[in-house]
Structure formats: structure tokens, C-alpha cells
Design a protein around this ligand. Sequence first.
Ligand SMILES: Cc1cc2nc3c(=O)[nH]c(=O)nc-3n(C[C@H](O)[C@H](O)[C@H](O)COP(=O)(O)O)c2cc1C
Length: 438
Amino acid sequence: MTARRMHLVAFLMTGPTCHHHGAWRHPETDVDDLLDPARYEHVARVLEAGKFDALFFADILGIYDIYGSNFDAMLGRGGQVCLLDPSVILPMMARVTSRLGLGLTYSSTFNHPYQIARMLGTLDHLSKGRVAWNVVASTSTLEAQNFGFDEMPGRAQRYDRADEVLEACMALWDSWEEGALLLDKKAGAFADPSKIHYANYVGKWIRSRGPLTVPRSPQGHPVIMQAGSSDRGREFGARWGEIIFTLQHQKGDMQTFYKDFKGRMARHGRAAEDCVILPSIDVVIGETEAIARERAEYVNSLVDTQLGMACVSGQIGIDLSKFDPDQPLTDIAVEQGSRGSFDVILQGTAAEGLTLGEAARRFATSELCPQLVGTPEMIADRLCDLFHDHACDGFVLTPTTFPGMYEQFCRSVVPVLQERGVFRRDYAGATLREHLRD
Ligand SMILES: Cc1cc2nc3c(=O)[nH]c(=O)nc-3n(C[C@H](O)[C@H](O)[C@H](O)COP(=O)(O)O)c2cc1C
């Protein structure tokens, strides 16, 4: 039996902030190239040199204006704002890499499956089988209003509809059998119509006739990634997910989530290794532990508490300006927003007794997920410990400086992980799905 291998995915957004809301203000972080293709091409090359499984873009289809009913902090202070459409950036990244997986977030609520299947099928061809779709059901009314709806449907309906979108997409991707494209000039046979089928998908919300215009792509369908954390969200992920991105406060929380999720997969008749579970991790690396600690303290000092409140308000869909920041945080019903984001705040509060203000600040630092600070060896130790103790199958790394943290991680931590035999020295396969299984 081959040894279990760790999987690494890099988190990106097309704006100043990924998770760490102080990172963009760090002197070593590049921000003047946010609208420049070179920024995205460069980080893709760095991550491929570091043999990462993939990168992916998180995305929000609007500008959070939930906190205080305005976007002053979010835009004025540089929060999670997505300046560009990742589906236009990925093809550029595909052209400068040959192995790195390329993921993007696409909403199952606001996009029709025909359009999704066509776009992602095209990208899977152009990247030669390296595409992942982070399926989000979307969370906020502000996004719904950008697409002409008055408000978001409730969580259960969003996920029921998402199930149908996935079923329809799969039917469309399967509408072309392998080998349907003949390209036989001599015989004048372009394609074999007997290998191309109507999808004829009819659900409660979704209908699509098919066939897709796009021939079967190298992976058949993109790798499905997902991050829902509510009970319904986990069921959806356990049915479809091949990569699960999760926010967890500490090792015990990760282990609980991991066990719960793999159990759900078994109930859906899936093998545990069909899906990797990747919690979010921040790292701050130093030549010595003292240097790393000083660096972490510095970058963490750049976080703005009010922006933290605006960020949490956006993610959980509740205006926190109406709550006292000096009071301990208690559970709130999260219907529109992300239950997963709120759960990690509750985990942190339970473990450390944080007030709302403290929790918001910590959320704007590492989203209350572990921030690993130390030398490359110390960081590799922590990653290996979590991995070997079945807290996860690997990690989603989020930047604390950009692109410096990714460059540093690939140069200094990856070789230690390779030395220890837990991470690939080179890609064994060509497609993202192959990387997830190597
Ligand atoms: C770690 C994490 C990352 C997420 N990334 C995005 C994102 O980029 N865009 C988005 O619209 N929703 C994102 N979400 C929202 C989820 O995909 C999901 O739609 C939301 O959490 C509601 O489902 P839940 O209540 O089951 O968690 C994210 C959620 C989590 C926990």
C-alpha cells in the first residue's frame, strides 16, 4: 500500500484581501498589480514549481455592505472585494503552467447549468484536464439583488436546487461519450452522432435539453470542490465533493469534522479517499522562531477591528454593528450567510472565551483558523502532525503576504515535506483528479 500523501491548495482572491485583512498593507505585499495578468501568471508559476495540487479563487458576486448598511469599511479599508472575474484569469494561468490544478468559484444559484457546463468544459479542455469548480450556493441577499432577485432562497432550497444543478451539469458533461470527436478528414467524418446524446434533464427547478456543444473534456467533468458546513451543506459536499475546504479552529475541531464528513461519504456509498478534506491554514515563516513571531505580530497588527466586524457581517449575513463588541459572542441563527464561517467563530469563542470584537479581529486575521508561526521545520512538523492524526488530508493555504508567503513556503517548507516523504517531489499525473489521488 502506498503511503498517504498530503495535498496542498492555494487560496486566492482578485482583491486586496484573502483571509488576512492586514496582509495587503504589509510592505512586501504587491497591490499595484491587482489588475495585471502578470500577478496571476507569476503566482501560478510559483505554485507549480512548489508542486501544489491546485490554486483556487474564492469569489463574491457583489460588495459586502451588511455592516452598518454600507460598504465604507469593506472598500475603504480593503476587505474581501473581488475586483475581477476569475473565469477570465484562469485561462491565462493555464497558458503558463502545465500541471497545476486551477479552481474557480461559481454559484449554482445564479448561473444556469448549461452555461456552467459549457464554460467549465471549455476550461477543462484548454487546461488539459486541470479544472476544479468550487460550487457555492451563494449566501447573501446583496448577491441575489445583483442578479435581479429580491432575496436569497432559504438554505434548504438553495442546496436542493444546487443538487439539481449538479445533476444537470453531469448529464450535460456526459452527453458526449469518449471518442465522439472523430476528426477523420479522409472519411469526411467529423464526429460520431451515435456517441452524442440529449441530456433531457428535468428537475423541480432546472431543465436542460442538451447535448452540450463542448466535447467530453479530459477529466470528463471538473473536480468538484465545496465548502458548505451546515448539516445540509455537508450532505451536499458528501455527495458531490472531491475537495472540501473548511474553516476549523484547532486540531480537535478538524478531527471531529473529518470523521463526520468521511462518515457521511460512506453513507453516500463513497470511499473515504474519493474526497480530500483541506482546512484553512495561515503561515508566517522565519529564519528563527523569534523572527517568525515578530513577523506575525507585525502583520497581525495591520488588521483593522472595524474591517473585521464588516468582514464577519458579510460572511454570516448579519449586521454586527447592532451588537455590543465587548460582549461575549453567543450563537445566532445564520440563515442567509455561511454557517461554516460562524461555526469557526463559535469554536474559537468556546476555546478562548472571546468577545465579539476580539472574535471579529481574529476572524480578520486568520479567519480563526490556525496561524502557524515558526521556522520551515516547525511549520512542517505542525502540518505533518495534523495530517498524520487524521485531522485532514492536506491544507488550503491563505497568504499572509502576497506573493511572498507562497514563494517562501514553496522554497522552504515544501522541501522539508518532500524530505519527510509526505508530499510529492513531482507530479505523477497530468490532471488535477490524478494529483488528488497520487
Ligand atoms: C471556507 C469557506 C469558503 C467559502 N468560500 C466561498 C466563496 O468563495 N464564495 C461564496 O459565494 N461562498 C463561499 N462560501 C460559502 C459556502 O460555499 C456556502 O455556500 C455557505 O457556507 C452556505 O452554506 P453552509 O451554511 O452550509 O455553510 C465559503 C464557505 C466556507 C466555509
